[in-house]
Ligand binder design. Structure first.
Ligand code: SAH
Ligand code: SF4
Length: 367
């Protein structure tokens, strides 16, 4: 096979209203048609072009020739209602990603308490190799396309029967390393014709790709930004986050200042507490200084043990001591007591189980 035949069809869930309108106009159709399609997709949540019954059959066929309706397939679920639930999905090419549904919680990323948050993946694997993280253990495979990102929300809503009102890009992968598809997915998630979730209910988390943070600050949407800091000095951060050698703390903080100035929004620092590594008094004071400089909020996350990695979470007493120092400095800080700790909620872990357990991977599509 050569040329066009080789090319994979674009997923209909990767397409914006404007793009679809342009496509329909090539067929002599008005914008009305693309609105109909989006209403079927995101309003009624149909599963095929055939189900779009008020679109004339000839155009449904044309749609099917041009776009795919490929879905990500839920293959495993962990957790139950009112707890953190994890969903393992298999993609069209057989690889696995995961999404996490976190029930209402007052301390998670924002003000309102009645929110159901979904944590979505943006890549298969991760190239950044942070030493504490399960997502990067098997390296990087590929970027998700926008449709695969959007579909995580549609599938989780369908399987759980719940309406999601908050989304965090904190699943597997580095969102800002898949910038184009990330922003396309956010456009679809945010749009009134799409998932219709307000930009302030969307948070992108990054390990610190400074130039991309600046680009992100220049785009118009008021999407929130979280930084995986995990070390408050270069010396400590470098030990666990290789990305710090490329963009050191000063470079990262300056990019955050740029975002803060441009967006008039505070960033959030995520800070995993790892026993005897980054949980010292010295780190707490240094973290406080960085937070005050940026007016950043701090989210402390007791480390979630990953099998095969040497790190441990500190005792509750030590966690509280660290938090106390931040508060002495009048930093706005919370500890996220992981609701999903019991089911390995830190992203990347369910997939790791699945890909390492060969018999599971082979049987995955039987559910
Ligand atoms: N690549 C992006 C987003 C995905 S990681 C980033 O690094 O920000 C989402 C968050 O989960 C990050 O803050 C990451 O550091 C954290 N995380 C990864 N492994 C963890 C673990 N074992 N315990 C607790 N948090 C973890
Ligand atoms: Fe990748 Fe984020 Fe995990 Fe680091 S913490 S390896 S950037 S997913």
């Amino acid at each position: 096979m050569i040329g066009k035949q080789m090319q994979k069809k674009r997923s209909i869930k990767s397409v914006t209203l404007d793009e679809l309108t342009a496509w329909f106009s090539g067929l002599g159709q008005s914008a009305y048609r693309s609105k109909q399609v989006m209403q079927w997709l995101y309003g009624k949540r149909v599963k095929s072009f055939e189900q779009m019954t008020d679109v004339p059959a000839a155009f449904r066929e044309k749609l099917a020739e041009e776009f795919s309706f490929e879905e990500i397939k839920p293959v495993r679920k962990q957790g139950s209602k009112d707890t953190t639930r994890k969903f393992l999905f298999q993609l069209g090419d057989g690889s696995f990603i995961e999404s996490v549904l976190i029930p209402a919680s007052p301390s998670l990323y924002g003000e309102t308490s009645d929110r159901r948050t979904i944590c979505v993946s943006t890549q298969v694997g991760c190239a950044y190799g942070c030493k504490f993280c399960a997502s990067g253990l098997d390296g990087f495979a590929r970027n998700l396309d926008a449709g695969e990102i959007v579909d995580q929300i549609l599938q989780v809503e369908e399987v759980s029967g719940e309406k999601i009102n908050n989304i965090v890009f904190m699943g597997m992968g580095e969102p800002l390393a898949n910038y184009k598809n990330l922003m396309q997915a956010i456009a679809i998630i945010n749009a009134h014709w799409g998932v219709a979730l307000g930009a302030r209910h969307i948070t992108v988390s990054t390990s610190g790709l400074a130039p991309r943070i600046r680009e992100f600050a220049d785009q118009p949407l008021q999407v929130r930004l979280a930084i995986s800091l995990h070390g408050a000095t270069d010396e400590v951060r470098e030990q666990i986050m290789p990305v710090n050698r490329k963009y050191n703390l000063e470079t990262l903080i300056e990019a955050c200042e740029y975002y803060h100035r441009n967006k008039k929004q505070r960033v959030t620092f995520e800070y995993i507490l790892i026993d005897n590594l980054n949980d010292t008094e010295e780190q707490a004071h240094a973290l406080a200084a960085l937070s005050l400089r940026l007016e950043a909020k701090v989210n402390l996350i007791p480390y979630n043990k990953v099998e095969g990695l040497p790190w441990e979470r500190p005792s509750i007493r030590r966690q509280d001591y660290f938090l106390g120092i931040l508060r002495q400095h009048k930093v706005v800080a919370t500890i996220r007591r992981e609701k999903g700790h019991d089911i390995d909620a830190a992203c990347g872990q369910l997939r790791l189980q699945a890909t390492r357990d060969k018999s599971f991977a082979e049987n995955a599509d039987t559910r």
